[in-house]
Design a protein around this ligand. Structure first.
Ligand code: FRU
Length: 494
């Protein structure tokens, strides 16, 4: 039942994990058990707990033949590793089990759908990867690949659709008990599109239509789609490759796109109304959502970026982590994200300061650390005399610092991790235009050893970045150019 390839991966990860100390990992972000991790896969609630699978190459800290790693959690913050769930061990997926998703079947089993990859030799001697969609059924621990795999291949594709870029199926169950699935693809013009498929039982799949077409607007190939109803709207999230910036949106090249609109279920027609970046920082890609038992729509992304993930210290035993789980909502025609409320259970040691005058550099007793939940409210001392700049610096000592700085006159919030211990001065800054009235701004900053996630104005925008800074750099300071006031509520997260 369990292939030799999977057995070996399980043996390897179990033995190698013991060599990684808990202090060398994030505390409440899921990281690779060993080796390499990318996209979240199969994010689901099954048999009383959350399951997270992930793109996984256990044998090295760089991308390689894709397995599915596996972890479970009761609160989305404390994760327990389970044995790897899938390995590239069949003729139709021998070069990789790429991203996919999970649903519960009526008989109590869990169904996984993923992209099987095989390399095909081309006329010029090179290789291209043929991608098909495959199934595996299991009990939350062991999964058996379906004997009729692949269940979707080029025969299912509309005219002109690429058989090489056809991946990342995200399926969900409809109210009537049948299933839908969206997958990323490329149309004849090379531009991304999201295809919609339907199935009566999760096993037999039929192509329905092009749900959304890029038409060369947002990058090229669209990866890792997710599609769901939220607060009376429909949300299509996808991760386009090679996006060009447009104003203050889409600065991330390989980034995340949210299309908000309406979906007519009778005609299966999605009408776009609004587009925005999902994250305005540096490291966030390929997010996937789950519908929690209490109705919350929760999203987790890969907290990395394909453009920079190769510039890092070489001698590490794991690479790749997931973002915080974020509760989504639609407000004022925008996608909002907040850290899951479960995080509040981890808060200890509340420190409060109110109306602190910040001009020049300010250090506050009790405000430091690398596992931190901190809320800041900033406002000018005097509206008639707007300050020039506010900054908060963290993961700081004599050598290092990462900063967030805000210029109220331009309403620009900048993240800068130039001094955060990476091997090269590569992409280290992102700027985002934020909503600020009269120089007021609200920030929530979450640190977890190797990352920072910033939630602006109660979740109106998020900015995420990985940092590699040594843990002794735990200083936090504030800076004002001009006269401003600040409220601080800070907790340690344990
Ligand atoms: C996105 C992605 C997916 C693919 C997977 C391969 O980061 O390129 O499209 O399924 O990673 O690991």
């Amino acid at each position: 039942m369990i292939s030799q390839t999977l057995r070996e991966a399980r043996k390897y990860e179990e033995a190698t994990e013991k060599m990684i100390s808990g202090d060398d990992r994030p505390e409440f972000h899921l990281s690779a058990r060993v080796g390499w991790m990318n996209d979240p896969n199969g994010f689901s609630f099954y048999n009383g707990q959350y399951h997270m699978f992930y793109q996984y190459h256990p044998y090295d800290n760089i991308w390689g033949p894709m397995h599915w790693g596996h972890a479970v959690s009761g609160d989305l913050l404390h994760w327990r590793f389970l044995p790897a769930a899938l390995a590239p061990d069949e003729p139709y997926d021998r070069d990789g089990c790429f991203s996919g998703s999970a649903v519960s079947l009526p008989d109590g089993r869990q169904l996984l759908i993923y992209t099987g990859v095989i390399k095909e030799r081309q006329a010029n001697g090179g290789f291209s990867e043929v991608q098909t969609q495959c199934l595996a059924v299991g009990d939350g621990m062991d999964y058996e690949k379906y004997e009729k795999n692949p269940v979707l291949d080029e025969k299912a594709l509309p005219k002109g659709a690429s058989r090489y870029d056809f991946r990342d199926p995200k399926m969900w169950k409809k109210n009537d008990g049948t299933y839908y699935c969206v997958a990323g693809n490329r149309a004849a013009d090379g531009s991304g599109q999201i295809l919609l498929f339907a199935s009566p039982d999760g096993f037999n799949w039929q192509y329905k239509k092009v749900l959304a077409a890029n038409n060369n607007r947002f990058g090229k190939m669209w990866e890792c789609p997710d599609f769901f109803e939220l607060d009376g709207k429909w949300v299509l999230i996808t991760s386009p490759m090679d996006m060009l910036p447009s104003g203050f949106e889409y600065h991330n090249g390989n980034g995340t796109l949210c299309l908000l609109g309406n979906f007519d279920e009778d005609t299966e027609t999605f009408t776009e109304e609004h587009n925005q970046s999902v994250d305005y920082g540096i490291d966030f890609y390929a997010p996937q959502t789950v519908l929690a038992p209490d109705g919350r729509r929760i999203m987790i992304g890969w907290m990395q970026n394909w453009d920079t993930c190769n510039f890092r210290t070489q001698n590490i035993s794991w690479f790749g982590q997931m973002s915080l789980p974020r509760e989504l909502s639609v407000q004022n025609g925008r996608l909002y994200q907040k850290p899951v409320r479960e995080l509040e259970e981890m808060r200890r040691g509340k420190v409060v300061y109110q109306n602190v005058a910040v001009s020049d550099t300010v250090r506050l007793e009790g405000i430091k650390g690398r596992k931190v939940d901190m809320e800041l409210v900033i406002r000018p001392e005097d509206i008639g005399e707007m300050y020039q700049k506010f900054a908060v610096r963290f993961a700081q000592n004599e050598k290092y610092q990462t900063s967030l700085s805000f210029r109220p006159r331009e309403s620009i919030l900048k993240i800068d991790r130039k001094f955060s211990g990476s091997r090269r001065a590569i992409i280290h800054q992102r700027r985002s235009r934020v909503n600020s009235r009269n120089g007021e701004l609200k920030l929530r900053i979450i640190l977890d050893r190797f990352s920072v996630e910033v939630f602006v104005n109660d979740g109106e925008q998020a900015m995420t970045a990985i940092i590699y800074t040594e843990q002794q750099a735990d200083g936090i300071t504030f800076f004002g150019d001009g006269a401003l006031r600040m409220d601080v509520v800070k907790y340690e997260l344990v």
